[in-house]
Design a protein around this ligand. Structure first.
Ligand SMILES: O=P(O)(O)OC[C@H]1O[C@](O)(CO)[C@@H](O)[C@@H]1O
Length: 428
């Protein structure tokens, strides 16, 4: 992974090179803490050991019986779905992969009606094994398979924790089940049993993926000027401290659209604590040049833009044309056009003094994606260390879960009563 901080300096909010040099001393301390946390496989830090601790053979074996499925359905939410969606979109060009990560009845019904259930593999994933949306969706999927005369126990792979409803269900029906990695929060678990089964079903080379991640791990060091992941994490932190409360992540590749979603959970759930944190905004290049760029260039000075692209990509030629005014396009290629758009947008942000960071990988292949995911995870951990927040917990999400459970008769929760006390000012 290549990280270019040039356009992050001396913009608005203003981060100077001198400030970055001073921050580097704190990055050295952060790296020491991270290295100690990895050494002891402490909760959260263990995620950065996955390239060495995950067992790709066991994952390949877990999907070996599902030969060449027509479709793969991941039933999970948050970190239990976004990693798989990112890997399938970036690496599984031939894989028909779907995720059920919401409980919208209309969507669930239409998706299940459209799937070839007899030839679909279901990967149900929940670290806690208790997430309502995932368990409810799985019960619905199971019934749909029953109705279609499909033996769902033959089509289902489970990834979950040591206990919980999903583990009990897997044990009761003797389903093939993988363990979530110990000490790894969901949003940091893409390079594990949580998402790699889908990558394997899509034919991805897991060893290359992990090699890319390992290469990024090997670059972690006591200086942000030697470690691309820390360079990104430290610069984002420093810019947030100076007012860049929004980080618009804009990959210039359709196959990285889910990556922006995955990044949004990683950044928001890890760093949004104690009244600090940087709000991730998903964007896509070149598409959102025509929807968001106006705001990034001329709106409030509260943003950083992260531009992501591969250095090499497949191409499509643009046919010659004799249409006036189009000769600059004719005979060229879409890749050249997209790269020109990338560089022009980058320069336009700099001209508007909007800080932006360029992130590149050589290609969107196993190695490149391994580098990118691991790099972003290490960047997030570094940012969390510098900000002094609990990077690996997400206590604020529990209130709503208790309220919903209480509303559905799943127990007595004061939060459910608070729902009834909603203030009203209805305009209709
Ligand atoms: O894997 P689980 O336990 O079902 O949780 C799913 C997601 O829900 C959260 O716990 C937030 O509610 C995320 O941290 C997690 O990725």
């Amino acid at each position: 992974m290549y990280v270019d901080l040039g356009n992050a300096l001396d913009a608005e909010p203003r981060l100077t090179r001198e400030a970055l040099d001073r921050l580097d001393e704190r990055v050295a301390d952060a790296h020491d803490r991270i290295a100690r946390g990895r050494e002891h496989a402490d909760h959260g830090y263990a995620a950065l050991n996955l390239p060495d601790t995950v067992d790709p053979d066991a994952i390949r074996a877990s999907v070996a019986d599902f030969d060449d499925p027509a479709a793969v359905l991941t039933v999970g939410i948050g970190g239990s779905a976004l990693g798989a969606a990112t890997l399938a979109e970036a690496l599984g060009a031939d894989l028909a992969h779907y995720i059920l990560d919401n409980v919208d009845p209309a969507h669930v019904r239409s998706l299940l009606d459209s799937l070839p259930l007899a030839d679909t593999v279901v990967h149900v994933v929940s670290r806690s094994g208790t997430t309502a949306e995932t368990l409810a969706n799985f019960l619905v999927v199971r019934e749909a398979m029953d109705r279609a005369g499909v033996d769902w126990t033959d089509r289902t792979l489970v990834t979950t924790g040591e206990d919980g409803n999903l583990r009990r269900l897997a044990d009761r029906h003797d389903l093939p089940a993988l363990d979530v990695p110990a000490g790894v929060p969901g949003r940091f678990s893409a390079l594990s049993t949580v998402a790699l089964p889908v990558a394997a079903l899509g034919g991805a080379d897991l060893d290359e993926l992990l090699a890319g991640a390992r290469a990024e791990a090997d670059r972690l060091s006591g200086s942000l000027f030697d470690a691309p992941a820390y360079a990104y994490g430290a610069a984002c932190y420093a810019l947030e401290r100076r007012g860049a409360g929004v980080n618009a992540v804009m990959p210039y590749a359709e196959s990285l659209e889910f990556f922006a979603e995955w990044f949004a959970q990683l950044w928001a759930e890890s760093l949004g604590k104690d009244a600090v944190g940087q709000t991730p905004a998903r964007a896509l290049g070149a598409t959102d040049q025509h929807s968001q760029l106006q705001l990034y260039r001329a709106g409030p000075r509260d943003k950083l833009v992260t531009l992501v692209r591969p250095r090499e990509r497949p191409d499509v030629p643009i046919p010659e044309t004799d249409l006036d005014g189009l000769s600059y396009l004719g005979g060229g290629s879409l890749a050249a056009l997209l790269d020109a758009e990338f560089e022009a947008t980058e320069a336009s942000l700099a001209a508007a003094r909007c800080p932006n960071i360029r992130i590149e990988v050589d290609r969107i292949d196993e190695r490149g994606v391994g580098e990118l995911l691991y790099g972003m995870e290490a960047a997030c951990v570094c940012y969390g260390e510098l900000a002094g927040v609990e990077t690996f917990t997400q206590p604020a999400v529990e209130w709503g879960k208790r309220a919903a459970r209480g509303l559905l008769g799943g127990g007595d929760f004061p939060e459910a009563e608070a729902v009834g006390e909603k203030r009203r000012l209805l305009v209709e």
